[in-house]
Design a protein around this ligand. Structure first.
Ligand code: PLP
Length: 394
């Protein structure tokens, strides 16, 4: 029997991928399952982006690149930050990685020593706590309620900060809630963070472009420019350009930290895929119309899903500010029926009885809710929600 490391024994496989796999298994066994678990847009990668990769491939751009990304892609990222976010970075402040996931992984390994604490508001993206644990850090989870729109308060943040706090993670708009912090809310959190100069901040802006509010995007550095020196901005092309399989994410921040993250990456994956980097450059530099079209579809589906879910007795779903997720509470339904022990049992019921796969909220640190991804057609969503209400009415 192979003895595994304490490190790997301390983490679990990604629960969102597990739901997708389970749905695929049932489908393979002949069942009609609608999968609403996936964390990726249903659209194809836009043609001009694919073409750039095809051209790169045909021109022989198939070798190692610089570990931290090609100069051309880094230039496109620097221009993106300047034009879209009003943030200025030099080339040594940018690291391109194999997806946003590797960016956060690099950050954890470059920053944390054993026992260092990382403040993570729940509901959180499933991977943050486990990536912190891999780096021997300690996730400190802040719980929020639906009434506070799943956002932490300045008082909550202040209370959680200790001598061991190294990092605070913000993700807005959020996976899984779809909720975004306003500029005022970020300013108030920033006031707290200003008092703790040893604490770094990671803002995960992966869903920056998928927003419904019409207001300009704002992250913690925009709200609080004084925090620039100790904030690391995480972003990527996966969600905005429907490029999840291409594996390109990027990070921007203090040169010393970015350099350390690059060193970690140089001893793990080296550069991200050469042709994916060319595609990512085309995504950032090309027309943004494709993003607008996707967002329009997501907004229409969002409006349908939220109202249809709220029409089911016992279900409460707040309106999101962006992303392609709804995060309804089924707590009242779960409480009203003894056969549902918790959200995990309830998700299993929906899978078997309704043939609909949703991710239990406990995977995101928020039991009682379920994450529904509306990155699928309106017709499929109507079918899925119809099945859920029929199963519950039985
Ligand atoms: N950050 C958030 C909040 C996410 O939801 C995801 C993907 O699910 C990522 C980062 C990572 O994206 P990727 O590694 O696919 O680029």
């Amino acid at each position: 029997d192979v003895q595994l490391s304490n490190r790997v024994n301390s983490i679990k496989p990604s629960p969102t991928l597990a739901v997708t796999n389970r749905a695929a298994e049932l489908r393979a066994a002949g069942q009609n399952i609608i999968g609403l678990g996936a964390g990726e847009p249903d659209f194809d990668t836009p043609d001009h982006i694919k073409q750039a990769a095809i051209d790169a491939l045909n021109s022989g751009f198939t070798k190692y690149t610089a570990v931290d990304g090609t100069p051309a892609l880094k230039k496109a990222i620097i221009a993106k930050f300047e034009n879209e976010n009003g943030l200025k970075y030099e080339a040594n402040q940018i690291l391109v990685s194999c997806g946003g996931k590797q960016s956060f992984f690099n950050l954890s390994l470059a920053l944390l020593n054993a026992g260092d604490e990382v403040i993570i508001p729940a509901p959180y993206w499933v991977s943050y706590p486990d990536m912190v644990k891999v780096a021997d850090g300690v996730p400190v989870i802040l719980t929020t309620t639906q009434e506070q729109r799943f956002k932490i308060t300045p008082a909550q943040l202040e209370e959680a900060i200790t001598d061991k706090t190294r990092l605070v993670v913000l993700n807005s708009p959020s996976n899984p809630t779809g909720v975004a912090y306003t500029e005022e809310e970020l300013k108030a959190l920033g006031e707290v963070l200003k008092r703790y100069p040893n604490v770094l901040i990671a803002t995960d802006d992966m869903y920056e472009h998928i927003r419904f509010t019409g207001k300009p995007f704002c992250n913690i550095v925009n709200a609080c420019p004084e925090l620039y020196e100790r904030t690391i901005v995480l972003n990527g092309v996966s969600k905005a350009y429907s490029m999840t399989g291409w594996r390109i994410g990027y990070a921007a921040g203090p040169a010393k930290l970015i350099g350390a993250m690059k060193k970690i990456q140089s001893q793990s994956t080296s550069n991200p895929t050469s042709i994916s980097q060319v595609a990512a450059q085309a995504a950032l530099e090309g027309s943004q119309e494709c993003v607008e079209e996707m967002v329009k579809a997501f907004k229409e589906r969002h409006d349908y899903v939220v109202s249809a879910l709220n029409a089911i007795e016992g279900v409460e779903c707040i309106e999101a500010d962006g992303t392609f997720y709804a995060f309804p509470s089924f707590q009242k339904v779960i409480d009203s029926r003894p056969e549902f022990e918790d959200d995990i049992a309830f998700a299993e019921f929906l899978l078997i009885e309704a043939g609909v796969a949703l991710v239990p909220g406990s995977a995101f640190g928020a039991p009682g809710n379920l994450r529904l991804s509306f990155a699928t057609s309106l017709d499929t969503l109507k079918d899925a929600i119809g099945r859920i209400s029929t199963a519950l009415a039985k």
